[in-house]
Ligand binder design. Structure first.
Ligand code: CMX
Length: 385
């Protein structure tokens, strides 16, 4: 769901306006920044539920200068943050809105932006934006051998929530939309599982569940978290269960999205076909290129993942024992038309746990970033807070 991110206000000269808002709201700007592409200088005030963006024109030919000439100072635009600006622009084009640019443009405050003309929106200039990934730089947590990459968001005094992506995913490409929605309520740590994203490959080029669990344990220790909650998507949900089983005193609550605990050889080979980048490059080259771009060592990673998936069917009994022993309150969620794991698989995980709630959401993709992110974030806030 789009979220009001900021209110743009055009100003002739910023100093008197800053003084006025200081007196009015007891707020001072936390950031001033020029945006050459828009020929403006921006000044941001954090008004909690949304920001105020004061806009000064840097050039007589700028859109803001023309606005000030015609209308004088005042409300200039409303900006809504979305999870994926490209997808939103596509939706708007399909709904016959004329966008002011074909591609997202660089905006202030690490955002990509696009505008809809005010003539199409009853006189209100509307901006859509999303956060660029540049600010998502990883922090490396050392392991005995190698390191796992983490991405920390939100204030540390808030409840800590560790987030784990699925096989072949990464924090920046899978978890980021969800983390953006949750970061005002939690202290979040997104973890690139060993071998994935910006994390290093495990020793001996083999992936095991132990590698994943060790990676999460190292993050708990490195951030000095005596307790935390865990969210996991798909493979990440299996890792989250294992960590909760190994550390019942340290894991408060769990949320599992699109989990599966019963692997058949046929399910393993279906997943392995999707993890074959060379074959995927033939049928879906963009998807293969996108998957490759997420990881520092894509070919080795995907080959290791295929070997790892082969080991899953023999581990069904071990996973059943884990489900039986985990006592942390757990939210189990899935989408109703997941093409990889059935709704029954989600229900089975829920039924095997002692202390769980079940939620089936609308959706047709086995994907976190392209899933029902807003619904999921509301459920998680309800479950974890
Ligand atoms: N809100 C409401 N109406 C506006 C408007 C605004 N911000 N800006 C212009 N208009 C109205 C004008 O008053 C005019 O109305 P009338 O025809 O009734 O007089 C009409 O839109 C056309 O105005 P124009 O000056 O002839 O301008 P254009 O159609 O060439 O362009 C617009 C208007 C909105 C497309 C242009 O101002 C624009 O591209 N704005 C976006 C760029 C911008 O604002 N950048 C700063 C943002 C920085 C950031 O957030 O990062």
């Amino acid at each position: 769901m789009p979220r009001l991110e900021h209110v743009g206000i055009a100003v002739d000269e910023v100093e008197p306006v800053l003084e006025c808002f200081d007196d009015l709201l007891d707020l001072r700007p936390y950031k001033s920044e020029s945006v050459p592409a828009q020929q403006v200088r921006t000044h941001f005030l954090d008004a909690a539920s949304a920001k105020l963006e004061l806009l000064e024109s840097l050039d007589d030919g700028s859109a803001v200068h023309q606005f000030l000439d015609r209308r004088g100072e005042g409300l200039h635009h409303l900006a809504f943050e979305v999870d994926d600006l490209n997808a939103t622009m596509q939706r708007l084009r399909e709904a016959d809105f004329a966008l002011l640019s074909d591609l997202p443009q660089p905006g202030a405050d690490d955002k990509r932006i696009c505008f809809v003309h005010p003539k199409e929106t009853h006189g209100v200039l509307v901006e859509f934006c999303d956060t660029t990934e540049a600010e998502w730089s990883p922090h490396q947590v050392s392991l005995h051998e190698g390191a796992v990459a983490t991405y920390e968001r939100g204030r540390r005094e808030r409840p800590s929530l560790l987030l784990l992506h699925g096989a072949g995913g990464s924090t920046r490409h899978g978890l980021a939309p969800l983390m953006r929605q949750l970061e005002s309520s939690f202290h979040l740590v997104g973890i690139d599982l060993p071998g994935h994203g910006a994390s290093s490959l495990p020793p001996a080029d083999t992936l095991t569940m132990d590698h994943f669990v060790t990676g999460v344990e190292a993050v708990l220790d490195s951030y000095k978290l005596s307790s935390a909650s865990l969210f996991g998507f798909s493979l990440g949900s299996a890792v989250a269960l294992q960590v909760a089983d190994a550390h019942p005193d340290r894991i408060n609550r769990l949320a599992l999205f699109a989990p599966n605990a019963e692997w058949t050889p046929s399910l393993a080979s279906t997943l392995n076909a999707q993890l074959n980048l060379d074959a995927l490059a033939e049928t879906a080259p963009e998807r293969a290129a996108d998957l490759r771009a997420r990881h520092e060592h894509p070919d080795t990673l995907f080959s290791m993942l295929r070997s790892f998936v082969e080991t899953l069917p023999p581990q069904n009994d071990a996973m059943a024992a884990v489900l039986k022993s985990v006592a942390a309150p757990t939210l189990v969620a899935g989408v109703d038309e997941d093409p990889l794991f059935s709704v029954e698989a989600t229900r089975d995980v829920y039924s095997a746990l002692d202390n769980a709630r079940l939620c089936i959401l609308p959706g047709t993709r086995h994907s976190l970033a392209e899933g029902p992110v807003s619904l999921l974030s509301s459920l998680l806030a309800d479950h974890f807070l």
